[in-house]
Design a protein around this ligand. Structure first.
Ligand code: BV8
Ligand code: ZN
Length: 320
């Protein structure tokens, strides 16, 4: 039982401007990869090392196999009760609400989240962009899986292999860890060498296509940053911090901005500091456990609690 629930819901009824900062933890129980404080693994690579322009430049075949696996698992996943709760909040007329999601899986939109109240600040797995500086080709909502025949194996790989992964001087090779869930990173079967001409190509200029995500070292979409700043400058009574390790800049800066402007903070995470859990941090509530379980329950006074938002069913028990 969460002792802060009643106090939070008491305050919630009076709040009119709410922002949510969402990270990979909202979908953790869906089995989709979290970066786990940016130590997430894919095969025997740090995901953070693969989500960079350099990695793509050095080995586009490797990075496309990583994103093929990410696209495949995101397509197989379904939005959960946490996504549904935020989508319902976005549909309320008497609440000004904005979701800032760091996730690139498109699940918020698939849950029915109103797009004008959603900023996908790190892009989307299902957007493709041309890499040629002289070509502006962008394709949205491309859900072809796999994108090319050569990538088919990467999409399906959930097997647990040996630790013989490909050695690559550019990317840190890590000791294998055995995957625990069917969704988790495929085993360490060697990464295939895929020639560039078998990778996704721009239909306009035939240059290599890249995933439409924001890699580390790349700037975030200015329109999103401006939209978020506008919302927060007009005042945010509350920020919901949902399943994020808060390790990535600039997303991680929004919590302090809201707090410094007098807003309150509600943290939904399986890993929350004791003093927050014990209610010792002013204007801060802690919901320790699965975000997909606690988010709809905490927001029930505003969104109601129905089958969709309660995620009713055996799987939702034991997430408290
Ligand atoms: C930029 C798309 C400037 C790709 C992503 C040194 C210090 C500080 C900053 C930096 C630095 N060096 C470099 C930087 C900047 C860098 C950065 O922040 N690096 C980090 C590693 C320190 N940031 C950038 O590069 C950004 N750009 O700064 O631009 C600039 C300006 C002008 C010109 C050029 C550049 C770009 C950052 C975007 C990177 N792209 N994603 C892809 O996904 O493949 S980030 C990626 O990692 C995700 O999108 C996500 O944002 C992030 C992972 O964070 P989380 O979502 O929080 O996930 P994580 O796994 O870490 O945590 C999960 C949490 O869930 C945990 O807390 C866990 O306890 C909890 N949890 C688990 N299960 C549950 C749960 N909670 C609830 N319920 C559960 N069931
Ligand atoms: Zn092109």
């Amino acid at each position: 039982m969460n002792t802060q629930l009643a106090d939070f819901q008491e305050c919630l009824r009076l709040l009119r401007r709410i922002v949510a900062l969402v990270g990979a933890g909202i979908l953790a129980l869906l089995g989709l990869a979290t970066f786990r404080g940016l130590q997430g693994l894919w095969k025997n690579y740090n995901m953070i090392d693969l989500a960079t322009p350099d990695a793509f430049y050095v080995d586009p075949g490797l990075v496309w196999q990583f994103y093929t696996w990410r696209r495949h698992t995101a397509l197989q996943a379904r939005p959960n009760a946490g996504h549904a709760a935020l989508a319902k909040l976005s549909q309320l007329k008497d609440i000004e609400f904005l979701t800032i999601t760091q996730n690139v899986d498109g699940l918020s939109t698939r849950a029915g989240h109103r797009s004008r109240h959603l900023h996908e600040i790190h892009g989307l797995l299902f957007e493709l962009r041309c890499t040629s500086f002289t070509c502006s080709y962008v394709e949205k909502n491309n859900v072809k899986d796999p994108l090319t025949p050569a990538l088919a194996e990467a999409a399906e790989q959930f097997r647990h292999g040996d630790a013989s992964g490909k050695k690559s001087g550019e990317l840190k090779n890590l000791e294998s860890t055995s995957a625990t869930s069917p969704w988790s990173s495929p085993g360490f079967l060697p990464v295939r060498e895929i020639p560039v001409d078998e990778l996704p190509k721009c239909p306009v200029c035939l240059a290599l296509l890249r995933p439409g995500v924001v890699w580390f070292g790349e700037s975030l979409p200015v329109r999103a940053l401006d939209g978020i700043d506008d919302f927060i400058q007009q005042g945010a009574d509350l920020i919901l911090v949902v399943g994020t390790s808060g390790t990535v800049y600039p997303a991680n800066g929004y919590v302090d901005v809201v707090r410094s402007r007098g807003g309150s903070v509600a943290i939904f995470n399986t890993d929350i500091e004791d003093d927050v859990v014990e209610g010792k941090v002013p204007n801060t509530w802690a919901f320790k456990g699965d975000a997909a379980y606690w988010l709809p329950r905490a927001l029930a006074p505003l969104i109601g609690l129905d089958e969709e938002t309660s995620g009713a069913g055996p799987s939702s028990r034991g997430r408290e």
